[in-house]
Design a protein around this ligand. Structure first.
Ligand SMILES: [Fe+2]
Ligand SMILES: [Fe+2]
Length: 356
């Protein structure tokens, strides 16, 4: 495990204003097999730290100018991986304790003995290595979790997109409509005060709103003329069918998709289907998609009619304010309409597609 230290000689720096102590420490440490540089004061120590990579510093507490404790605090801030062993004079016990709480690995009282010095240094280096190894292990683990989570999320998203793509084989809707429903629903959700995480869910969930059309017979789904009353009610069953397909999931995104599939044709005044829910009894995600779905359907060409002019689309939506649509959400939508129109223009000039 000790990959860093054991592969090379540990590099030490002996910091002491007393040349005799400095030289003695350096000689003992070199004898013990370490590389040892020397510094006579805090400034010198600091500039050597900037230049070289040190594993450990022995630091005198009493030095002219910047004290050892001040230097220790700076080192711990800028070079947290450098171990520090303090050297204290007699009667400096309180200061030594202060040093330990400030991040020193240990302290030695002067005059120190060679064996004690070497033993402290070895312990401090071992402790430092354990800390570094643990941190590297934790970081590697966090990175692995991050990568695996991203893979799960992308596999999840891809599965949903493929499901939507499959549904489009049975529907007159285009992939672009489905993609935009997700994108615009996310924008409206954010405008309505949703958290970015929940808004991301509606971006994925909204495209599934008509998934139930997979279960509607071709004779109705592809009928060129008008549907009679019975056919209309069969067509309307796509809300219930979609809800069945998406029911009982433990995934928040699919739970939201279930609500949307079931309720995206409910009207604010209770005149919609399948349950005739009104007002806030309709889940907000479904109220959002109701607006976006109608807006996008009217704004683009269909096989049976061309796109409506922008002004007429807006008038139609306003006309449904408080009857078809949640009035507060509709106002929020109208406030972001210019931004959505700008996105439409940029998409016309070569935007990207989710489920083409
Ligand atoms: Fe629908
Ligand atoms: Fe739709």
């Amino acid at each position: 495990m000790n990959t860093v230290i054991e592969q090379r000689q540990a590099r030490l720096l002996a910091v002491d204003d007393d040349a005799h102590v400095r030289n003695l420490l350096s000689r003992w440490l070199t004898d013990a097999g370490y590389l040892c540089d020397r510094a006579a004061n805090a400034q010198d120590a600091w500039s050597q730290l900037h230049q070289g990579e040190f594993d450990l510093i022995t630091l005198d507490i009493r030095m002219p100018g910047c004290s050892g404790i001040e230097l220790l605090k700076q080192i711990k801030q800028e070079y947290p991986d450098v171990a520090v062993v303090m050297l204290t004079g007699e009667g400096d016990t309180a200061v030594a304790i202060d040093a330990l709480t400030s991040g020193a690995h240990g302290y030695l009282q002067k005059p120190t003995e060679k064996a004690e010095l070497i033993s402290q240094i070895r312990k401090a280096l071992e402790h430092r290595q354990i800390v570094i190894t643990n941190r590297m292990y934790t970081e590697a683990l966090a990175e692995r979790v991050r990568i695996q989570t991203a893979e799960i999320v992308s596999a999840h998203d891809e599965t949903i997109h493929r499901l939507i793509r499959a549904s489009l084989y049975r529907d007159e809707e285009t992939g672009d409509h489905v993609r935009r429903t997700g994108e615009y629903s996310e924008i409206l959700a954010l405008r309505a005060g949703w958290s970015p995480e929940n808004a991301k869910l509606i971006r994925l969930a909204a495209p599934l709103h008509d998934i139930g059309k997979i279960g509607i017979p071709d004779a109705i789904l592809r009928k060129p003329g008008k549907l009679d009353a019975q056919e209309i009610s069969q067509m309307q069953a796509h809300a219930i069918l979609g809800a069945h397909m998406l029911s009982d999931s433990s995934l928040p995104m699919l739970q939201m998709a279930h609500e949307i599939a079931l309720h995206h044709h409910e009207h604010w005044d209770g005149s919609g289907y399948p349950h005739g829910l009104a007002g806030h009894a309709i889940p907000e995600a479904a109220r959002i998609v109701a607006i976006i779905d109608v807006f996008d359907a009217l704004s683009h060409d269909r096989i049976y009619r061309p796109a409506l002019p922008a002004k007429l689309v807006e008038a139609t939506l306003k006309n449904g304010r408080g009857s078809h649509f949640d009035p507060v959400l509709l106002d929020a939508f109208l406030s972001i309409l210019p931004a959505i129109r700008a996105m439409e223009d940029s998409n016309l000039n070569g935007g990207n597609g989710l489920v083409r």
